[in-house]
Design a protein around this ligand. Structure first.
Ligand SMILES: Cc1ncc(COP(=O)(O)O)c(C=O)c1O
Length: 440
């Protein structure tokens, strides 16, 4: 299956940056569907990796973008005070629990938001080290790569001295007793031996580890970790880029663990498909110095207006409730499907952030079904569903569909995946089909 766009894409878009799973090449989109050149409509269970949080061509976003583009107060927030960015900052602050004094920094992408924080926190605390997790993905530019530890980034050297903890994965390590306590003890040991906690500026936490395999932390773990970090004056950063803004069934995914972060990063869905990210943090620390992390068009009126439309729609259309309802039902349906398909090892998630881990020998060795996963994703595309996979072993189907997903659409996606898994199990997808689609 190929088309004109795929050929041109291969010729001109830097191939090495692409994570290809199928020849998907949309020319349009509507709601939860994308449309290909030949008019075929595909249900999108990835939602452009979560960036299309409200789906495609959402009327409120289109209207906000149109309006802003017709009266571009300025292309830049750098030295101008513009209404859309200021209103969005006020709105973002208003949705953060608590009443601490906060300020907002705007960027273009989750990557720059986390990057900015790494540099800011080094500067304001005078501490040079960070804690994060194996499997973490906080972005693709140097600062955010430094606090990431994802298999896809083995090309970039890690920043010396950072501490990477195991993310408590109770499916993989169910036989390890006291997994959570052991991780916390390990941190104590590290503090006692190789890393003075007084050198650590902050911990970066994904409230659900997404690209590492959609891993949901066990109850209480993150809170204990937060407490331990606070004892040493280590600041808490929560990365809500992928699972924030209603996706998890609460406005913020960190609320499931009652975390009280100092800094929160947003991206992806915030821009409704346009480049927009934000860091929200304590006023005194955010006001560190002039021109610390500036980008000419960040917070521009078009992206900021889109962001405001997104936040309004999440509230006005009850999308948080929808994410919980549709997401919980979908998870349950996938658990039922595990009775039929031995490949399904584990179904987990919160709201519409769902992971389905595919394994061989699921009752014993849980061997990552990497090839089968790639084939299922490819076959799903052929059958009309876009879905991608994540995980350190490339064997976790990740569902981050638009929050507007309805019951019928979720059933359609379930049916297609059911069929795709059957087809792959029955050997209908040859190895040659996925040769060009190595994913990541
Ligand atoms: C948790 C998390 N943080 C940050 C990022 C980086 O966001 P972006 O690729 O939009 O810059 C991602 C991207 O997948 C992510 O999942």
């Amino acid at each position: 299956m190929t088309n004109n766009l795929i050929d041109r894409d291969s010729n001109y878009i830097a191939g090495i940056e692409k994570i290809r799973f199928s020849p998907v090449a949309p020319i349009g989109g509507e709601g939860c569907f994308i449309i290909e050149e030949n008019g075929r409509r595909l249900l999108d269970f990835s939602g452009s990796w979560g960036a299309a949080g409200l789906g495609y061509s959402h009327p409120a976003i289109s209207e906000a973008i149109n309006k802003a583009s017709k009266s571009m107060a300025s292309a830049s927030l750098l030295s101008y005070a513009t209404e859309p960015a200021i209103s969005l900052a006020e709105k973002l602050i208003s949705i953060i629990p608590g009443n601490k004094s906060r300020k907002v920094w705007f960027g273009h992408s989750g990557s720059d938001a986390n990057d900015m924080l790494v540099r800011l926190l080094e500067a304001v605390t005078g501490r040079k080290k960070f804690i994060s997790f194996h499997g973490a993905y906080h972005g693709g530019v140097s600062g955010s790569i430094a606090v990431s530890h994802h298999s896809s980034q083995s090309h970039s050297p890690k920043k010396g001295g950072n501490v990477y903890l195991a993310y408590p994965n109770h499916y993989r390590y169910e036989n390890k007793n006291n997994l959570d306590e052991n991780i916390l003890k390990k941190l104590d040991e590290i503090f006692y031996t190789t890393c003075n906690p007084k050198d650590v500026a902050a911990i970066f936490i994904e409230p659900i580890q997404s690209d590492g395999g959609v891993i949901v932390p066990p109850k209480g773990f993150m809170k204990s970790l937060e407490k331990k970090c606070r004892e040493h004056g280590i600041l808490i950063v929560v990365d809500e880029v992928k699972v924030g803004l209603g996706r998890s069934g609460l406005m913020h995914a960190f609320q499931h663990d009652n975390l009280e972060p100092d800094f929160i990063t947003f991206g992806k869905a915030l821009g409704g498909g346009l480049p927009l990210s934000a860091v929200v943090g304590p006023k005194d620390l955010m006001d560190f110095t002039t021109a610390f992390s500036i980008m000419t068009t960040s917070g521009n009126p078009v992206s900021a207006s889109a962001g405001m439309a997104v936040l309004r729609a999440i509230e006005e259309e009850n999308l948080i409730t929808n994410a919980k309802l549709i997401g919980d039902n979908l998870q349950e349906s996938f658990r039922q499907l595990a009775n039929k398909h031995d490949l399904i090892g584990n179904v987990r998630g919160r709201g519409l952030a769902i992971g389905i881990e595919l394994v061989n020998d699921r009752h014993k060795n849980k061997i990552a079904a990497k090839t089968e996963t790639a084939k299922i994703v490819y076959r799903a595309y052929e059958l009309g569903l876009v879905i991608f996979y994540v995980g350190m072993e490339s064997n976790v189907l990740e569902l981050t569909p638009p929050l507007i997903l309805n019951e019928d659409e979720s059933k359609l996606g379930l049916e297609i995946l059911d069929q795709a898994i059957s087809d792959v199990t029955n050997g209908l997808v040859p190895d040659s089909a996925i040769e060009d689609y190595k994913g990541w």
